[in-house]
Structure formats: C-alpha cells, structure tokens
Ligand binder design. Structure first.
Ligand SMILES: Nc1ncnc2c1ncn2[C@@H]1O[C@H](COP(=O)(O)OP(=O)(O)OP(=O)(O)O)[C@@H](O)[C@H]1O
Length: 301
C-alpha cells in the first residue's frame, strides 16, 4: 500500500524515471529495445530518451551487463520461486548479492553518569547480566584493596608511583585525584576491547563525564541516570546505609548541582524506585537505537 502510494506519486512527476515501471510489464525491456517498449505510447510521448538515460546512469551494473535480448519473466503469482529469481537476475543483468547491504555497526562507547546513589552501579551490574558483547571498563586506582575486592575485576590496583608513570605515558583517557587517591581509565583496555568489536561502558562521576565530553565529543554516547525525585534519591541513599550524616549532606548538595548538567548529555534515564528492570531496558533501547543510526559515532581512543 505504502509502496503503491509512493509509486503513484512518483509516476505523476514528468521528470521521474519511475514512469517506466508504471507502464511497462517488463521495465527492463527498455534497455533491450524490445518492441514491447515501443508499443507503450505514453512513455514515448514522455521524452523516452532522457528517461532511459537516467535509468541507465542510476544502475551502472545494468548498463554494462551482457544479457540476452529478451528475458521472459514468469508471472510472479504462479512462477516457481527459483525460476522467477533467476529470470529477475538475468533481467537486471547482474547476480543478486547475498552480501550485507549495511556494514556492521561500530563499537560504541557509552558513558554512564549521574548523582551518587541514583543507581549507576545497580543498572550497570544488571546490564552486564542481560547484554552480551559489552565491556565494562575497569578503573585503575592507587588506593589500597578493600576486603573482598578483586584486582582486575573491581579495579586495577596500582601504586601511586605506577599511577603517575601511567599519567606521564599518556596511558589514561581521564583521571582524577579523589580524597588523596588517583582513579583513572586506562586507554589500552578500551582499545583492545573495541578491536574485538565490543561496546564499552564507562561509569564516571559528573566531572569525569564533563572531561570525557571534552575528549570524546560526539563520538561517545552520554547517558545521565537520575532518580524520579530528590525525595527518592535521598531515601535510596539512606537505605544503602553506606553514608555518615556528613557524607549524606555532601552527596545531597552535590546532587542538586549535578542535575543542572543534565543538558550536556545525550539521553536521560529515570531510574524509578523499584523499576530497575525498566531502566536497564531503556539503556538497551538507547544502545540499540545508536547501533541503528545511519551516521554512526566513531570513537578513536
Ligand atoms: N530502581 C531502583 N529502585 C530501588 N533501589 C535502587 C534502584 N536502583 C538502585 N537502587 C539501590 O540504590 C542504592 C544506590 O545504588 P548504586 O550504589 O548503584 O548507586 P550509584 O549511583 O552507583 O552510587 P555511587 O555513585 O555513590 O556509587 C543501592 O542500594 C541500590 O541497590
């Protein structure tokens, strides 16, 4: 139906080569100087030479092809599928390629940020469980390992001297000194995983996101995670039971400032109370939509 509408409106234009399709049983006959073409009066009146040239020039493969003068195409309603396929191939003049029409999407870099306690770790942890072909970047840190933490999984634990050497060698995409300890994102890890075709997920605070935005610009996707309300965020922080009264106040004050930066991001995901799964689904939709973009982001680290 859609096709017919498009087709009719195109054929109403006197400048358009698709006029041929409307009036010929076998449009390709025009290239073979088939008498069938000559018997189509409307086309002859409508500047046939110009139209033919346009068609030929838009399908160079057809123009060059060596093919029989007349290719009978069986009626599609009754024809054998393979026979019809071969006849169409012969009429077009080149084999139908089974190669992909669209190249594989580029690996994505997804930067996830948002106020403390909003659920960044929770969303990323779940995303890791449900989605394949993603690499979740492990941050390097100069702070000591806490009980239960695993080197290479939770963080890459390095000494302060080693971290400074990494900075000097430009091995870090972004780094910060947080409460006397360095934290940074090793570039090589991202390069290695992107080379395997994996998408990269980076979890950073708002300042880190701002730095990455300056470095990566539009080549990465920036997602801002937010609670549905300040009230929900505060309750979530209280429930986590990881904060002192001082750090609670700092995190709340910081969150108020941080939400003002939402506009610098590409997407916002509202992580509603009790709806973690929906947030993860939305993250997946964002990734899928980015992968379906005609003009893909191309990140080079
Ligand atoms: N949608 C949700 N509904 C209810 N609780 C949630 C939801 N998402 C996360 N949480 C809980 O909220 C708390 C904070 O989440 P999480 O630690 O993932 O936040 P964060 O943004 O990573 O915080 P920080 O930046 O301080 O590390 C956790 O106890 C987590 O289980």
């Amino acid at each position: 139906m859609q096709f017919r509408r498009l087709y009719t409106s195109l054929s109403n234009s006197s400048r358009d080569p698709f006029l041929l399709y409307r009036n010929l049983k076998n449009p390709f006959a025009v290239f073979d100087h088939n008498p069938q073409f000559l018997s189509t009066p409307r086309i002859l009146k409508k500047r046939p030479i110009l139209v033919t040239k346009r068609l030929v020039s838009s399908f160079p493969a057809m123009a060059d092809a060596r093919r029989p003068a007349h290719v009978p195409i069986p009626p599609p309603e009754t024809a054998d599928k393979a026979e019809l396929y071969r006849a169409l191939e012969a009429a077009v003049g080149s084999p139908f390629s089974s190669g992909p029409l669209v190249p594989d999407p580029h690996p994505l870099i997804i930067v996830v940020s948002g106020p403390s306690g909003v659920g960044k770790d929770a969303v990323i942890k779940r995303l890791r469980e449900v989605r394949e072909n993603m690499h979740f970047v492990v941050t390097a840190t100069s702070r000591g390992k806490r009980p239960g933490e695993v080197d290479g999984k939770d963080y890459f634990f390095v000494s302060k001297e080693e971290f400074i050497t990494m900075i000097e060698r430009h091995e870090l995409l972004e780094y910060a000194l947080v409460y006397g300890d360095y934290k940074g994102i090793p570039k090589q890890q991202i390069r290695d995983q992107m080379a395997k075709g994996l998408d990269i997920v980076l979890r950073v605070d708002i300042q880190g996101a701002a730095t990455l935005k300056r470095i990566l610009g539009k080549s990465a996707v920036f997602v801002f995670l937010v609670a549905e309300s300040e009230d929900a965020l505060v309750k979530r922080l209280i429930d986590r039971k990881t904060e002192t009264k001082e750090t609670l106040l700092v995190r709340i004050a910081t969150a108020r400032e941080e939400v003002k930066h939402m506009e610098e991001f590409d997407y916002v995901v509202v992580n509603r109370e009790g709806e973690l799964e929906n947030s993860v689904k939305l993250m997946e939709s964002i990734i899928d939509a980015e992968k379906a973009k005609v003009r893909q982001r191309t990140a080079t680290i």
